[in-house]
Design a protein around this ligand. Structure first.
Ligand SMILES: Cc1cc2nc3c(=O)[nH]c(=O)nc-3n(C[C@H](O)[C@H](O)[C@H](O)COP(=O)(O)O)c2cc1C
Length: 249
């Protein structure tokens, strides 16, 4: 196994960091790796906002639902879908790009671009011996986050990423069985076999939590998913996105 593959397979989210900031060189390397990701039609429809300021991180840690590692880390990155620069390009080139940059398709393109860039950043950071944790919690309170980051229309903060020197490393979380995720030639699903396989995976995950929490938690994966999906969260999202002039048509 080569080093890239072993870095990828060794991933686990890190939520405790040493009090040691990333160097500007490290930040530059991580962002350059993000930028090296493929990008749909060369559109480069994302931006990354890095937060060093302690007070801003503290405020963000509250806004994301009191997650202390958003304050205590080596650096906090926020990945945004960004079609603002394409709006400006339209003005400069005197072309009517409005309908296109307000379409669901271009919103999806921007989301995909941002996610690909972020995962490149994550792997780059991990390859440097750093730990990362994505923070979707920034979508808990996007109006406040937008104000704090001064993001203009057509820029949607999607998720954050804490990066830093790991102070505590969790066990790896086992993923779904290969055959749940990978289908060959066509989508294949035998519900009976599938439900049996899910039960086996449930036992593995339940045991993982039991060991990790000293018996305090032993929920099954399906139980965890059903409980999570039963709650309607961030239902304001479509309105927020449309108010910011994306995904209107
Ligand atoms: C887009 C995204 C948002 C996430 N948001 C949060 C978050 O707000 N807080 C957190 O502690 N973990 C967050 N995570 C981390 C996931 O909980 C974690 O990746 C998952 O449980 C699998 O665990 P692992 O990364 O350790 O393998 C997020 C992950 C992704 C991809």
């Amino acid at each position: 196994m080569n080093e890239v593959i072993s870095t990828i397979l060794n991933h686990r989210s890190i939520r405790h960091f040493e009090d040691k900031p990333l160097s500007d060189d490290q930040i530059k390397t991580i962002v350059s790796c993000a930028q090296a990701a493929s990008t749909s039609s060369f559109i480069q429809a994302y931006s990354i906002i890095g937060i060093k300021d302690r007070l801003k991180k503290k405020k963000l840690a509250e806004l994301v639902g009191n997650q202390p590692y958003v304050e205590n880390n080596g650096h906090f990155f926020i990945f945004c879908a960004d079609l603002n620069r394409h709006h400006l390009i339209g003005i400069q080139e005197q072309k009517d790009v409005k309908a296109s940059i307000e379409s669901t398709e271009k919103f999806m393109v921007a989301l995909i671009d941002a996610a690909l860039a972020a995962q490149n950043a994550a792997i780059a950071a991990e390859s440097l011996g750093l730990g990362i944790c994505y923070i979707g919690g920034i979508r808990n309170n996007l109006e406040e986050v937008k104000k704090l980051l001064k993001t203009p229309e057509r820029v949607i903060p999607l998720f954050g990423m804490t990066v830093g020197y790991p102070a505590k490393i969790n066990d790896k979380k086992l993923r779904l069985p290969f055959e749940h995720i990978y289908h060959e030639e066509e989508y294949q699903q035998n519900n009976e076999i599938y439900m049996q396989q899910l039960k086996e995976y449930d036992d593995v995950i339940s045991q993982y939590y039991e060991e990790r929490t000293g018996g305090k938690r032993k929920d099954r994966w399906t139980e965890q998913m059903a409980n999570m999906l039963e709650k309607q969260t961030r239902m304001y999202m479509k309105e927020f996105i449309q108010n910011n002039k994306m995904d209107i048509k």
